[in-house]
Structures are given as C-alpha cells and as structure tokens.
Design a protein around this ligand. Structure first.
Ligand code: NAP
Ligand code: ZN
Ligand code: ZN
Length: 352
C-alpha cells in the first residue's frame, strides 16, 4: 500500500506530552476521500486515550475525532463527494458492513467491531494504529464521511461529530419530546450539546453542574432550570421528577443520586465514561421501575440526521479556538472542567 508522510500531533507514551510527529497515511484507494483538515474538536476521550486511561492504547497515538475539512482528492469510484466539498469525520472510519448492526445503520455497535478514527488497528496498514484528526489531513472511505450543512460555522460544527451525535443519539432513541422534563448532567463538551439538542427537541431541560461558574450560563445555552448538584437541598426538589437523564460526566460520581431523580419508568443513560466502575444500588432502580443504560456515539446515517437537524435549528458548539501547540495546556484545563465548552484546534497552526 502506497503511503504519504504528513505532519501530526500526538504522543509516544501514556506519560508523555503530545508533540509534533510525522505519520504515514495511505494514498486514497478508489473508494477513499482525502480531506485537508481545517478544524478538529478536543474530546475528553482524546485525553482518556492518549493517557491509556481505559487500558493500554496503541502508540504513537494521534487523537482527534471531531474533524471538519475540505476534500482535496477522491478515488475513482467515489460517488458521494467531489473535490472542494466541506465534510466531516467523526469517531469511526470503517466497520464490517455485513453484520446485523451494520445493516441496521448501527455501525457503532458492529459485531466484529467498528474501526475507531484513532487507536484502532488500521486494516489498510497492518501493524499500525489509525491516526485521528490532530493532523494535516486524513483519508477515509466515502461511506464514513459526512456532509456539513452550509449555514453552520465550520469550527463550531466540528464538535458535532462526536459531542453532537453522542448526545443526539440517546435523546432521539429514548424519544425525548415536548412535555418531558430532561436532566443533563455535566456541562462540558457533551453536556452543553445535550442541553441545546434536548431543548430543540422540545423538552424542558434541567442542567446539573458542579461548577458555580456555569450556573448562569447553562440558561444561556438553553436550560430552563439549573441545579448546583453539590447542594443537597437543590437536588431534593427534583426527586422523582425527571423523565430522562443524560449523564455526560467524565469522572467518578454518585450515580444513585441521579437515579433518584427519575420518575416511574424513567431512564438514566450514561454517555460519560469514567475510568472506574460506578456502583448502582438495587433500590435506586427497583421502586420506580427505572432503567439505567449506556449509549455510544451514533451510526453514520444517524450522524447525518443529527448534522441536518443542527443545520435546521442553527445549533453548533460554543468553542474556544486553540493552536495545536497549546494542546497539553488544553488537556489540563479539560481536567479542571475549565472550558466553555469545547476546545477546537485551528489546524492552520500545524501547517504553518
Ligand atoms: P468534558 O468536556 O471534560 O466534560 C465533562 C464534565 O463532567 C465537566 O465539564 C464537568 O461538568 C463534569 N465533571 C468533571 N469532573 C467531575 C467530577 N469529578 N464530578 C462531577 N462532575 C464532573 O468531557 P466531554 O468531552 O464532554 O466527555 C465527557 C465524557 O464522555 C468523557 O468521559 C468522554 O470520554 C465520554 N464520551 C463518551 C462517548 C460515548 O460514545 N459514550 C463519546 C464521547 C465522549 P460540570 O462542570 O458541569 O460539573
Ligand atoms: Zn469524542
Ligand atoms: Zn458490522
């Protein structure tokens, strides 16, 4: 397989900071789209993976799965995209396409396993991991590339590719709708998108935050009510009141407190992925026939639906643009919950 060397930013080890490195990408095959990356969002999963927090990662590790860029070349069998198109790539760049889940458009749950945009074995370059969007360019099969609505700001659209779909998918699957009271827990990259999307779906949105500095702002983002989750008095008011809760917290926290806020038949869906298990008490679930579930990103068609939905409702992320050279500081700030609400890397800083 022919390859090209390009500039990227990544790390050689869990304990090492991210730095500039050179990586090889395959030259586009007949079904591939080659994308010049303009912007890449910084997901907390990038940090979990770069630091091997979910188990040993493959190194070198080049994170980044909220990619927006411009098509610079297409293979001769590509029919969906042409040179100059503005496109997106999210958390997955391939899947088996044959299992029952792939056939249903649930490629994220592919039985042999989807191919992650980074930190997955690269089927095209055996022995190598896939490399993500902290790079000048990426080559992706056209079936895993998304169209970006024309009316949206490109940098602020990048986070939709992970934070957007990861919150849209469960809100849509659990049929969040007008008349329902929906809690969003953890107002970071995912959580702030959850507020905007749940609001656009017509729900009454209650934001739960540990950060006093986000209290007023959660309302600006669209929350009808905001709760400081550290204050037991404020929490008590919501006992048994919520139809649905989306939990987007990246660290250990008491899940039982939130389960207690669900009504009969209510569901709490975890999208946050803390390193450690979260203990669940039987009596947090039994008395009100509550459900506790998880959800992972979304399928390709569903991701396109989410982008189109955000286009219609004019929804993008609230971002802070950074140069790639500041990525290690950005990770430290992410750990402190000090980002409003998503870092996006201006990839010109890598190319310049
Ligand atoms: P983020 O921007 O860092 O947001 C996480 C938020 O969680 C923080 O802003 C903070 O919100 C809250 N938080 C952090 N530490 C906390 C603690 N010790 N106790 C209580 N609350 C705390 O992260 P993100 O990018 O949105 O990602 C969130 C999680 O989702 C990560 O674990 C990530 O890996 C995971 N994820 C999962 C999927 C999936 O497919 N399921 C996809 C993408 C990401 P407040 O300041 O409001 O309290
Ligand atoms: Zn992500
Ligand atoms: Zn499959």
């Amino acid at each position: 397989m022919e390859t090209t060397n390009i500039k990227a930013f990544g790390t050689e080890a869990a304990e090492a900071p991210l730095d500039q490195l050179n990586i090889s990408r395959r030259k586009p095959t007949p079904h591939d789209v080659e994308i010049d990356i303009l912007f890449c969002g910084v997901c907390h999963s990038d940090l979990h993976t770069a630091r091997s927090e979910w188990g040993p990662s493959m190194y070198p590790c080049v994170p980044g799965h909220e990619i927006v860029g411009k098509v610079v070349s297409v293979g001769n069998h590509v029919s969906k995209f042409k040179v100059g198109d503005v496109v997106g790539v999210g958390c997955m760049v391939d899947s088996c396409r044959e299992c029952e889940y792939c056939k249903e458009g649930l490629e994220q749950y592919c039985e042999p396993g989807m191919t992650g945009t980074y930190n997955a074995p690269d089927n095209h370059l055996p022995g190598n991991p896939t490399f993500g969007g902290y790079a000048e360019s990426i080559v992706v099969d056209e079936n895993y590339v998304l169209r970006i609505p024309e009316n949206l700001d490109l940098a602020a659209t990048a986070p939709l590719l992970c934070a957007g779909i990861t919150t849209y998918s469960p809100l849509h699957h659990w049929k969040v709708s007008p008349g329902q009271k929906v809690g969003i827990v953890g107002i970071g990259g995912l959580g702030h998108m959850g507020i905007k999307i749940a609001k656009a779906m017509g729900a009454t949105v209650v934001a739960f935050t540990t950060s006093e500095s986000k209290f007023a702002e959660a309302q600006r983002l669209g929350a009808d009510e905001v709760v400081l989750s550290k204050d037991p008095e404020q929490m008590a008011k919501y006992q048994g009141k919520l139809h649905f809760i989306l939990d987007a917290v990246s660290a250990e926290h008491d899940i039982n407190t939130y389960l207690g806020l669900l009504r009969v038949d209510g569901s709490l869906v975890l999208v946050g992925a803390p390193e450690q298990p979260l203990p669940v008490g039987a009596f947090s679930l039994i008395p009100k026939r509550r459900s506790f579930a998880g959800s992972m990103i979304g399928g390709i068609a569903e991701t396109q639906d989410m982008l189109d939905f955000c286009g219609e409702h004019n929804i993008t992320a609230d971002i802070e643009m950074i140069d790639i050279q500041n990525i290690n500081d950005a990770y430290e700030r992410l750990l402190k919950g000090d980002v409003k609400y998503r870092f996006v890397i201006d990839m010109a800083s890598l190319k310049g």
